[in-house]
Write a protein that binds this ligand. Structure first.
Ligand SMILES: NC(=O)c1ccc[n+]([C@@H]2O[C@H](COP(=O)([O-])OP(=O)(O)OC[C@H]3O[C@@H](n4cnc5c(N)ncnc54)[C@H](O)[C@@H]3O)[C@@H](O)[C@H]2O)c1
Length: 353
């Protein structure tokens, strides 16, 4: 299978820079373009610092470091991507912007060059629909941060040539990631499944049930997620997440289960985008969250009885044993009394104790 020799990346934000780092580290020449020239310099500087740090920590040999740095270059003009055999776009999540870019790229690259989109949720077929050769267009959806999240979705749109998908799978595997071949459906696989995470957390917040820090802590400490939903919003950028929420909602014909949260637009207008703007649900200094030391963990009163909603008898016994060990009373009726604190067991992976 012919692996790509020279890759162009358009969009030097969180994703574009990560994609550049990933491919350069495995020795493929990558050229980075952005409509803001300063974003290209910043991204290449950022990548250099990350790679040098990895070398200092002994995770990257001097040879791989030198090769990776030599492989990453700036493309000040889009014309500099003309001889790339693959161009991956990672610009703003807007259909018209992506279509306009693909048109511009098609006018420059060779007839057999592949064009890939890193879109999180837009239809790949809709992006490709403006191209003269939609068979060369596929989705190549990485996750943030690209070098660490070792999976990419390879999206086969209605007109994507099968060999284009196969070449992208080979490229993803060469970079050491798992390639998941997925159909061109709203949110593909991961962001469709993720609707039960972020948007549901926003609903809990909107209903005043818990704060972002409380929700994040429960998802991390009790359910074993590596990151809570609000930490994830801050990492992805709320602007990017909002576009995904709106796009998936539209593509499912406004199904109420996917309704985007009204909490989000005022936060976007205020610039509370997350790490990239220095503040989102948390505040950041030098890219690190500033934790609110005064935030207290709420204590649960053991004076009130507990009522447990759990159909799994084995799990029920385990939770009952934890409550008993803590000295709490567990109600046994079919429905809770008015005093009871109700415990609901959602479906999830239970982390090993
Ligand atoms: N942030 C995430 O966690 C994440 C994860 C997976 C996929 N994505 C997708 O990747 C894409 C980029 O997301 P991001 O978070 O890197 O965005 P970002 O806002 O960090 O960066 C986007 C970059 O694109 C540039 N840009 C915008 N329009 C352009 C154009 N017409 N031509 C050239 N450059 C242009 C901007 O100047 C900016 O530097 C989006 O489609 C997003 O949905 C994001």
């Amino acid at each position: 299978m012919e692996i790509f020799k020279r890759i162009g990346v358009v969009g030097a934000g969180a994703m574009g820079r990560g994609i550049v780092q990933l491919f350069a580290t495995c020795g493929i020449e990558v050229r980075l373009h952005d409509s803001r020239p300063e974003a290209i310099d910043e991204a290449l500087f950022h990548n250099r610092a990350l790679l040098e740090r990895a070398h200092k920590k002994g995770r990257l040999s001097a040879e791989t470091l030198a090769r990776a740095l030599a492989c990453m270059t700036a493309a000040d003009e889009l014309d500099r991507l003309a001889d790339c055999d693959l161009v991956v776009e990672a610009i703003v999540e807007q259909l018209d912007a992506k279509q306009a870019l693909l048109r511009e790229l098609e006018a420059r690259v060779a007839p057999d060059a592949v064009l890939a989109t890193n879109t999180s949720s837009l239809s790949v077929a809709a992006i490709a629909s403006v191209c003269r050769h939609p068979e060369r267009v596929a989705g190549l959806h990485f996750f943030n941060p690209v070098p660490l999240m070792k999976i990419a979705e390879v999206v086969q749109a209605g007109r994507t040539a099968p060999e284009v998908g196969e070449r992208l799978v080979a490229l993803v595997e060469r970079a050491g990631h798992f390639a998941a071949r997925v159909p061109d459906s709203p949110g593909f696989l991961v962001n469709h499944a993720g609707r039960a995470y972020g948007p549901e957390a926003l609903r809990i917040l909107a209903e005043g049930i818990a704060t972002p820090a409380q929700i994040d802590r429960i998802m991390r400490d009790c359910l074993g997620f590596p990151m809570g939903p609000f930490e994830l919003f801050d990492l992805m950028g709320l602007d990017v997440s909002h576009s995904v929420m709106c796009s998936v909602h539209d593509q499912f014909y406004q199904d109420a289960r996917y309704t985007p949260s009204a909490l989000v637009p005022p936060r976007l207008a205020a610039g509370l985008l997350g790490r990239k703007s220095g503040e989102g649900f948390y505040r950041y200094t030098d890219g690190k969250p500033v934790l609110d030391e005064s935030a207290e963990v709420a204590t649960v009163s053991l004076e009130q009885p507990f009522w447990l909603d759990c159909e799994d008898a084995g799990m029920r016994d385990k939770i009952a044993a934890v409550l008993a060990a803590a000295g709490a009373e567990l109600e046994s009726g079919d429905s809770p009394s008015t005093r009871a604190i109700c415990l609901v067991t959602p479906w999830a992976r239970i982390p090993a104790a």
